[in-house]
Design a protein around this ligand. Structure first.
Ligand code: G3I
Length: 337
């Protein structure tokens, strides 16, 4: 394999990016870059509940099947994202079944059906996405999600056990954001996450990796301390877990309007983050959460859109699919330059 994925493989890193069926259909350029550069793909929509579940007892695998076929035709590994996530639930879900048994039945059926259908074809699943939220003021720092409310603390352990039963070959990851920076808030998130992982491992739950989403901000980069990130990764590795960088992108919110200034700051953030993360041998995967600024979730998101209304430039290729300084920075980091 050539391209960035081939370069990364020389360092034992599985390198790829998120891609959706919509992007494949709409853009030959996205298909070209994804094909030439990526050794792995993460379907950005097709494995989420809204992409799979038209109704409480219905599944529509069209999108997921198409993305698997696309990746397998290119000998690319596939990440499944995500079996359990409060952040993308179909309209019919509402608050979920009113009682514990109802939610447990729905969740078990979902996980068993989806992970079972693709058993043997998925490199790794984000089994539970974003389980911690210290702002919810629970002593354990867990997020007060519909799953926790209905099923209690067991929902995380059970989701991993059901996924392992359905597909014993897939690596199973817990995926979280806001654990990269040296701030008190993110320190609390790291603490809650470590406590959760230690408990899961103590209970014999089959978890193999921690996914660090790495949605980064160039304007906030003074809060980045490589020692803090590496120390956290090492504590996770001491539990016997790999670390995946699962959703890497760099918002240019808060930076001046000049494109050259923004692109340089974004490239610097990609470089210094990857220099730190890749210095840790337990980091074995890097997935970009966007290939080109032409297709970025950030302009759809009130959190990430630029205040000045200018289109964001968070990804390594520009809206005309030309490589930006960030792409060179990623290559330099992977070369260990
Ligand atoms: O709803 C349409 C659906 O009808 C259509 O068939 C489909 C075709 O692609 O598109 C759907 O539109 C949007 C979809 O992205 C397109 O991929 C959804 O309305 C929109 O809500 C969805 O937003 C995604 C969001 O997660 C919620 O799922 C973003 O693109 C995606 O970047 C974002 O990614 C999340 C990670 O999963 C978890 N970590 C945070 C990250 C950023 O929020």
């Amino acid at each position: 394999r050539g391209g960035m994925g081939g370069l990364a493989a020389q360092r034992g890193i599985l390198f790829g990016a998120t891609l959706t069926q919509g992007q494949v259909v709409e853009s030959a350029e996205m298909v070209r870059i994804a094909t030439e550069e990526m050794a792995m793909l993460v379907p950005g929509f097709e494995f989420k509940w809204p992409g799979l579940r038209p109704g409480p007892w219905e599944f529509d695998f069209t999108g997921a099947d198409a993305m698997l076929t696309f990746a397998e035709a290119r000998q690319q590994a596939v990440r499944g994202h995500a079996l359990v996530w409060h952040g993308a639930l179909p309209g019919w879900f509402g608050d979920g079944p009113a009682d514990a048994m109802g939610m447990r039945t729905l969740l078990r059926h979902h996980i068993t059906t989806v992970a079972g259908r693709y058993a043997g074809r998925i490199h790794s699943w984000d089994v539970v996405n974003e389980p911690v939220e210290p702002w919810d003021n629970r002593p354990d720092g867990l997020r007060d999600s519909p799953f926790l409310r209905r099923m209690g603390l067991d929902y995380i352990d059970l989701a991993f056990r059901w996924a392992a039963e359905a597909d014993p070959t897939a690596r199973l990851a817990l995926n979280e954001y806001g654990v990269e920076m040296a701030t008190p808030e993110q320190d609390a998130r790291r603490t809650a996450l470590l406590k959760l992982l230690e408990g899961m491992l103590r209970r014999g739950v089959p978890v193999h990796a921690l996914g660090i989403q790495a949605h980064l901000s160039a304007a906030a980069w003074r809060d980045f301390d490589p020692a803090v990130l590496r120390g956290f990764i090492r504590r996770v590795a001491a539990l016997g877990l790999e670390c995946y960088v699962t959703e890497l992108d760099v918002t240019d919110r808060g930076l001046p309007p000049e494109v050259a200034v923004r692109d340089a700051a974004v490239a610097h953030t990609y470089r210094t983050f990857l220099d730190a993360a890749l210095a840790e041998p337990s980091v074995t995967l890097v997935a970009l959460w966007g290939i080109s600024d032409r297709f970025t979730w950030m302009n759809d998101s009130r959190f990430a859109r630029r205040e000045d209304g200018l289109p964001t430039r968070p990804h390594p290729f520009d809206p005309a699919f030309q490589p930006k300084p960030a792409w060179g920075a990623i290559g330099d980091a992977l070369r260990g330059a």
